[in-house]
Design a protein around this ligand. Structure first.
Ligand code: HEM
Length: 535
């Protein structure tokens, strides 16, 4: 390494040097750089005696090996990704002042795709939503788009998330997953019918995407976008695959490699077949959001519902291309840290409570999974065009500790400030409007979209596969009461759907339908209604 002319401390390797490391360029050393005769050497007392404590070479090797694993992501542990570029093709700056939305502007991106429930070694063709994350490294900081391949989600009460996810983790006693025992999964869903739209998508022909190239990404949450005059609107971002969508049936997926999606994308990029997506947006004014609630009972902060496309058409913004594989999976994909709270001027969170909770949860997870200085890792660093500084110091692995610059807001050596693009007070001053009441209550409108899926989208053959997938999955559910509850929910979606499932499972739905059931956890907006102690 070259010596640093200013000090006696040598400069470390650059990120690119490390990324492109080749065996022919290096010589074998211990981690402190001392050369060794051979990687297999150990020091022992005599020829056959015990090993020596002074053998740093062996201790260095073993102790580092012992620490190779970092915690895997608590959700979305199995995944893969690649690097590329975003180009803005259609100006969006009338609605958002973000520089990346200026026609002609481009920026580097990294994307990561994943399943949700499985462990890091689990099959990537599991029937599960797919995570769909993008890190846009813009001139104004990193914007992380942390989304899924489905436009809706299972829940709208954030406190339910750990409960729901736990139903897909290993059972505390049997240590089995849902593949062997689906009781907990259906137990949760049958008590929380706002999930049924997402469940219908999951169990349908769209439940197993044929690789990551062939699926769309949906932000799902409502965001706020703000222009240079401080005027804001609500926004839903969509990322639409230029490859189109393709899915596997359960049988096809079962025959393929557990790393099919990883292999498919890696090899496509190596062949020069770069996957592409279009970034698009639906936008909505506050007034339109209030009308949407009044007229269609769709709450703009409810991510179990979509915005009707006829009323809110998609507007094209730009193109994403993945053109480079990671050279080192751990450094560039495992250590990448996506965070919905990484936003840039012109993109703001809405008051959606699930989004609000995610703003906390992700950086909290990163501090645990990677460490407090995770933002200093090359793959997570921003490339904003301004020199950036702050008052964060020290902690484990502080590679960039901002030299001798004051570690407090000094009057002697003051840091520069930049005027904000707009006033946050104007953007967030009014959180609550007519559109945001009664977020969590189970309402008849919750069943409209799933009903349309069943009646208008599926067609006879897909309906039949849906019945087989759901009843097959329920064969591993050990409690008939749970199946009864879930069939009642499906019957509310559509009478014939419920009846066909009754026949397939041999279980009868409950008398009185969903109206006779009580649901826990739907507290927000229920006024003085008594909360049932036990659903
Ligand atoms: C990953 C929490 C809802 C998409 C994660 C991680 C946590 C988390 C802790 C692991 C982060 C890491 O270790 O790097 C939550 C909580 C939620 C929630 C608490 C609700 C209260 C959602 C929703 C979506 C989503 C609604 C999609 C619309 C993702 C994706 C990843 C992820 C794509 C993987 C990111 C990556 O590729 O590294 N989530 N999540 N999550 N979540 Fe969520």
């Amino acid at each position: 390494s070259p010596a640093n002319p200013a000090t006696s401390v040598p400069l470390s390797k650059s990120y690119e040097e490390d990324r492109n490391a080749k065996s022919t360029d290096v010589e074998y050393t211990t981690s402190n750089g001392a050369t060794q005769r051979h990687p297999y050497t150990v020091q022992r007392a005599g020829l056959d005696g015990p090993l020596l404590l002074q053998d740093f070479h062996l201790i260095d090797l073993l102790s580092h090996f012992d620490r190779e694993r970092i915690p895997e992501r608590v959700v979305h542990a199995k995944g893969g990704g690649a690097h590329g570029v975003f180009e803005c093709t259609d100006d969006f700056q009338d609605l958002s002042c973000a520089d990346m939305f200026k026609k002609g502007v481009s920026c580097p991106i990294s994307m990561r795709f994943s399943t949700v429930g499985g462990e890091s070694g689990s099959p990537d063709l599991h029937r599960d939503p797919r995570g769909f994350s993008i890190k846009f490294r813009t001139s104004e900081g990193n914007w992380d788009f942390v989304a899924n391949n489905t436009p809706v989600f299972f829940l709208r009460d954030p406190a339910k998330f750990p409960h729901f996810i736990h139903t897909q983790k290993r059972d505390p006693a049997t240590h089995l997953t849902g593949d062997d025992d689906s009781t907990a999964f259906w137990d949760y869903l049958s008590q929380n019918p706002e999930s049924v739209h997402q469940v219908m998508i999951l169990m349908s022909d769209r439940g197993i995407p044929a690789g990551w190239r062939f699926m769309h990404g949906y932000y799902g949450h409502t965001l706020k976008i703000v222009n240079k005059n401080g005027e804001w609107q609500f926004c839903q971002f969509h990322v639409i695959s230029e490859q189109g969508t393709k899915n596997f049936t359960q049988d096809e997926a079962a025959k393929l490699s557990p790393d099919y999606a990883q292999k498919d994308m890696f090899e496509a990029i190596e062949r020069g077949e770069f996957p592409q997506w279009k970034l698009k947006a639906q936008t909505m004014t506050l007034k339109q959001a209030e009308e949407l609630w009044r007229e269609k009972k769709i709450n703009v902060f409810d991510l179990t519902h979509i915005w009707p496309h006829a009323d809110f058409p998609l507007r094209e913004i730009g193109k994403l291309t993945l053109n480079e594989n990671a050279k080192n999976y751990f450094a560039e994909i495992e250590q990448i840290a996506f965070n919905p709270a990484h936003m840039i001027p012109g993109v703001e969170p809405s008051a959606d409570p699930v989004l609000q909770s995610r703003l906390f949860s992700y950086p909290d997870a990163h501090r645990h999974r990677i460490g407090p200085n995770y933002q200093q890792l090359p793959v997570n660093q921003h490339i904003a065009g301004y020199a950036s500084g702050n008052f964060q110091r020290d902690g484990q692995m502080a590679f960039y500790n901002q030299g001798s610059r004051p570690n407090y807001l000094s009057s002697i050596d003051p840091i520069k400030f930049r005027d904000p693009a707009y006033s946050l007070n104007d953007v967030h001053g009014r959180f609550v409007g007519e559109a945001v009441s009664f977020l969590s209550e189970i309402r008849p409108e919750d069943f409209n979209a799933p009903r349309a899926l069943w009646q208008k989208v599926f067609g006879e053959e897909q309906q039949q596969r849906f019945i087989e997938t759901v009843s097959g999955h329920m064969a591993n559910c050990k409690d008939e009461k749970i199946i009864q509850r879930q069939l009642t929910i499906f019957k509310e979606v559509d009478q014939s759907l419920g009846e066909r499932l009754e026949k397939a499972t041999g279980v009868k739905a409950l008398e009185g339908g969903v109206a006779a059931m009580q649901f826990n956890g739907s507290h927000n907006g229920m006024g003085n209604k008594k909360i049932p102690a036990n659903g």
